[in-house]
Write a protein that binds this ligand. Structure first.
Ligand code: UD1
Ligand code: CA
Length: 457
């Protein structure tokens, strides 16, 4: 049975923030959520998050996730003390695969592949995730014997000069047999430089009990970087964005500049997708084969069909665009926009909760809300669906092949029949019949002999 304990009780003083550290975002979601994702990928029997500082806010942020147990650590007396608080919640079957993996809530990017290797390395005993650093200062050092076996971990502040010269450090992540771990935790003390109960002391206890301690290493250095400050948060954000960009490039996506790409969620791309600089993708976005996204677009929770082009500075949220459409520049697709194949949505056109049918065009300056627009409709510049009377929202229906002249207001609920034409400047308050010209503007006249007023002296 696999238990995962995530330590998240620390203060995070250097963040200079009222928000508990583990709720600070990385790629648009709380650091702790990243840790939980990677934890869940291991299919554990139990996940325990140890909370302390800001406990209520942390618990509340994950209140909708019933697979998480919380243990309160107050006051915080060290990493060993933290795991002790989780100990009563740890599950055991009595079999050899009983294990408890300890993760940190502020080390958000350790990948499940690395954790799987760590678990495999323990071979019935315990294993620690270690790495070699050019500058190991501040970290716990991995002390090995002359057979190169791990014998204990010494914290920087407790280390002798010779131990401080060791450059193999403890990342903090380890896995141990659950029953043994509980026993060792009950035996550690706080007689050390920091007066804390060190989780790292279980390593020496394991060796003393004749149970060897193995080491595994992260696949990439950024996996074990922790966040203690806004600077580290920003650096880790760049590391992670770089990694996400790398994965997309490997999958065949062209990124105009991988260093100017931000993904805060999941992006699924078909073949030969091109993404220009400065785009932000949020939530879950799908770009089908051959989609081209111009510079500085923001796309959130959207599905974009094959061959569609989204031009610069467009904003797309909770929208669907079919194949071969042309969006932007400066288009805004709001929740519920459904753009048909080969449709065009041009600059300063806002579309909300509306269907724009196949091959229809709204190329300039329009607001389309709560509308059902058929195929091959032309929406002139300055067209507005007046969908809101201050209390209720009403529907505008425009049937296939209609032509809406420029600067038209469609006062909903209203319907424009198939093939109807609305003259420019029309304020449509009643349905427009199919196949006919409907126009509401006053008749134009010219006044002969009229002169401009002149200023009185
Ligand atoms: C710890 C390790 C050290 C390792 C380093 C890696 C110990 C004794 N030392 O040191 O060997 O090199 O991490 O970064 O384990 N936490 C609690 N409750 C506490 C104390 C800490 O939940 O009482 C949490 C923190 O919120 C944090 C994690 O445990 O997520 C690590 O705590 P931190 O104080 O950063 O540990 P270090 O002293 O850096
Ligand atoms: Ca730390």
């Amino acid at each position: 049975m696999l238990n995962i304990v995530i330590l998240a009780a620390g203060l995070g003083k250097r963040m200079q923030s009222d928000l508990p550290k583990v709720l600070h975002p990385l790629a648009g979601k709380p650091m702790l959520a990243h840790v939980l994702d990677n934890a869940r990928a291991l299919d554990p029997n139990r996940i325990v998050v140890v909370v302390g500082h800001g406990a209520e806010r942390v618990k509340q942020a994950f209140a909708d996730q019933p697979d998480i147990e919380f243990a309160l650590q107050s006051p915080q007396q060290g990493t060993g003390h933290a795991v002790q608080q989780a100990a009563p919640l740890l599950q055991e079957s009595g079999k050899a695969d009983d294990a408890t993996l300890v993760l940190y809530g502020d080390v958000p990017l350790v990948q499940s592949d690395t954790l799987r290797r760590l678990i495999d390395a323990r071979a019935g005993g315990m294993a620690v995730l270690t790495e070699k650093l050019d500058d190991p200062s501040g970290y716990g050092r991995i002390v090995r014997n002359d057979r190169n076996e791990v014998v204990r971990i010494v914290e920087h502040k407790d280390a002798t000069a010779a131990e401080q010269a060791i450059n193999e450090v403890n990342t903090g992540i380890l896995v141990a047999p659950t029953g043994r771990l509980k026993d060792w935790l009950s035996r550690i003390d706080n007689n050390n430089a920091q007066g804390e109960y060190y989780l790292t002391d279980v390593v020496g206890l394991s060796v003393a009990d004749g149970l060897p301690v193995y080491a595994a290493h992260p696949a990439a250095a950024w996996e074990t970087l922790g966040v203690n400050s806004r600077i580290q948060q920003a650096q880790l954000e760049r590391n992670w964005q770089g990694e996400q960009a790398r994965r997309l490039l490997e999958a065949g996506v062209t990124l105009a500049d991988p260093a100017r790409f931000d993904l805060r969620g999941a992006l699924v791309c078909g073949r030969d997708v091109f993404i220009d600089v400065g785009c932000v993708f949020e939530g879950r976005v799908e770009l089908a084969d051959g989609v081209r996204v111009g510079p500085h677009c923001v796309i959130k929770d959207a599905v974009i069909g094959a061959g569609t082009r989204i031009e610069a500075f467009s904003h797309v949220q909770e929208a669907q665009v079919a194949d071969e459409a042309h969006i932007g520049p400066y288009a805004r697709l709001r929740p519920g926009a459904q753009i048909g194949a080969q449709a065009h949505v041009g600059n300063f056109v806002e579309i909300k909760k509306s269907v724009l049918g196949q091959g229809s065009k709204a190329n300039h300056l329009a607001y389309i809300g709560d509308a059902r627009i058929g195929a091959r409709v032309n929406i002139g510049a300055g067209t507005i669906t007046c969908n809101y009377d201050g209390v209720n929202k009403s529907l505008t229906v425009i049937e296939d092949d209609a032509f809406i002249g420029s600067d038209t207001q469609l006062v909903a609920p209203v319907r424009v029949g198939q093939g109807a034409t609305l003259g420019a400047g029309t304020t449509l308050t009643k349905d427009a019949p199919a196949g006919k010209l409907t126009i509401s503007r006053p008749v134009q006249k010219t006044i002969d002999g009229w002169t401009r007023p002149i200023k009185k002296s």
